[in-house]
Design a protein around this ligand. Structure first.
Ligand SMILES: Nc1ncnc2c1ncn2[C@@H]1O[C@H](COP(=O)(O)OP(=O)(O)O)[C@@H](O)[C@H]1O
Ligand SMILES: [Mg+2]
Length: 252
């Protein structure tokens, strides 16, 4: 059974950065192969992981909606979709990445979504770890058939709106038909002296486990240069914080 790690939070709080650095930690500490899922329509995980994406699930879905007869006649639609989906799987050295891409437009996507779900379920069984980088609405999670989440990280920055969104995502997750084993709040880009702020103590009611990541200038520079953050040195502040979080959350 693969261990499913999901990451959610408001736009710009550091979800993709966190997902990429969790992947970096798993690569470091295990010999396992990871499946990374970029389920945010604002897809940036590939760039952070330093790989190219040729097509997304969203592109495939739209192509099939536009031209349902575009399937070569010798193969079934199911086989065709499977083949296209394999093409949408980008390979890194120790991980594969699937990018969900743009959200659904209007129309009935039931058929294609059913195929996608069957395929994704079969695919996910092959990996020891699955890291899902979600958008705030968690559309992708609510549609999964795999109804257990091992670790759920809600990321926020040190802002009231980030905190409010984190609480809302927590409620949303509780209302979904998904079993979540452990939920953690991660406050990103927070200076050490702010970690005992009253607002954070208030959050303890909803989140018994709260982790912190300090601001990291090295990370900012890597992002600016478009470099893969998998290459960040082990002594970078963010890498050290995420190693510690993975250890405390017993990820591996
Ligand atoms: N701890 C941190 N210190 C400094 N910059 C950070 C930190 N975490 C994230 N960032 C930067 O913040 C920006 C948004 O992060 P990102 O992971 O893309 O957010 P999200 O995926 O939630 O939209 C990126 O430019 C990233 O480099
Ligand atoms: Mg992102």
């Amino acid at each position: 059974m693969s261990k499913i790690i999901a990451v959610a939070g408001k736009g710009g709080v550091g979800k993709s950065t966190f997902s990429a650095l969790v992947i970096k930690t798993i690569i470091r500490k295990t010999n396992d192969i990871i499946l990374a899922v970029d389920a945010d329509s604002n897809s940036t995980l590939a760039q952070m992981l330093g790989i190219d994406v040729e097509s997304t699930i969203g592109d495939l879905r739209e192509d099939l909606m536009k031209d349902p007869e575009g399937v070569p006649s010798a193969i079934s639609k199911f086989e065709y979709v499977q083949y296209q989906l394999r093409l949408a799987l980008a390979e890194g050295e120790r991980f594969d990445l699937v990018t969900m891409g743009r959200p659904e437009g209007p129309g009935c996507y039931c058929y294609i979504n059913n195929i996608l779900r069957t395929y994704m379920d079969a695919l996910t069984d092959k990996y020891a770890y699955i890291v899902i980088d979600n958008e705030a609405g968690m559309e992708h999670l609510s549609r999964r058939t795999t109804r257990t989440m091992d670790k759920f990280f809600i990321i926020t920055d040190f802002t009231p709106i980030g905190f409010e969104t984190a609480v809302r995502i927590h409620e949303l997750a509780m209302g979904m038909d998904i079993k979540i084993n452990d939920i953690y709040l991660v406050i990103n880009r927070i200076p050490q002296e702010s970690q005992t702020h009253q607002k954070i103590l208030d959050l303890k009611e909803s989140f018994p486990h709260i982790f912190f990541i300090p601001p990291d200038d090295e990370l900012v520079n890597y992002a600016f240069d478009g470099r893969s953050i998998l290459e960040l040195p082990d002594d970078s502040k963010a890498v050290k914080a995420i190693n510690e979080i993975c250890k405390n959350a017993e990820l591996m």
